[in-house]
Design a protein around this ligand. Sequence first.
Ligand SMILES: Cc1cc2nc3c(=O)[nH]c(=O)nc-3n(C[C@H](O)[C@H](O)[C@H](O)COP(=O)(O)O)c2cc1C
Length: 210
Amino acid sequence: MSFDHGNGKPERPRLIVGVTGASGAQLAIHLLTALRESRTVETHLVISKAAHRTLELETGLHSADLTALADVHHQRGDIAANIASGSYLTLGMVVVPCSMKTLAGIAHGYSDDLLTRAADVCLKERRRLVLVPRETPLSLVHLRNLTAVAEAGAVVLPPVPAFYQRPRSIDDLLAHWSGKILDQFGIQHRLFPRWTGPDPAHSFAEGSVR
Ligand SMILES: Cc1cc2nc3c(=O)[nH]c(=O)nc-3n(C[C@H](O)[C@H](O)[C@H](O)COP(=O)(O)O)c2cc1C
């Protein structure tokens, strides 16, 4: 994959990765690791304040471990960063995991930091914005905000297991979710086996289930 960003040089396309303080820091680690290994895109990382805390609580890792996986790390308060402008070309943005607070900010255009501003830019420029929300159960407020972002053009991609893949480990689940995110941006990967129909060895005759 190469891209002309307007300077006449073919470069890797850019993908913005926002990480918030919802549970699931491992989702971001897995995705950034996969992208680093594939080298298909240039990753631009923004981490919310709460995400620093959840990363430590859930994985024992520090922000530096996360930023080391990205090509570019932007400070969340740097609203003058390149990704804050629509004139800076990107493939789009994924917010993974996406907290209900950041979801609310994006749903209502309340761009009070670089993460929410970059998401707002993707919506206004009609670029791909993928949100990976993590909360359960969902309140009516959450559901309304999810509807609002979907209506504005975002893709809502909750980290829900695909049991038909028969996952055996958390790593299997993480690989599936990272792969589903990459699919949204047309980034090729081999993170999970594609479903090609049922295995005849496991199929059963109609009427055999009582
Ligand atoms: C361990 C831990 C887990 C959390 N899990 C969630 C979650 O799954 N979803 C959510 O919306 N908020 C969760 N929160 C709360 C958010 O971190 C909090 O609302 C924060 O203000 C979000 O800010 P941000 O969107 O700027 O990252 C969690 C907090 C902690 C400490």
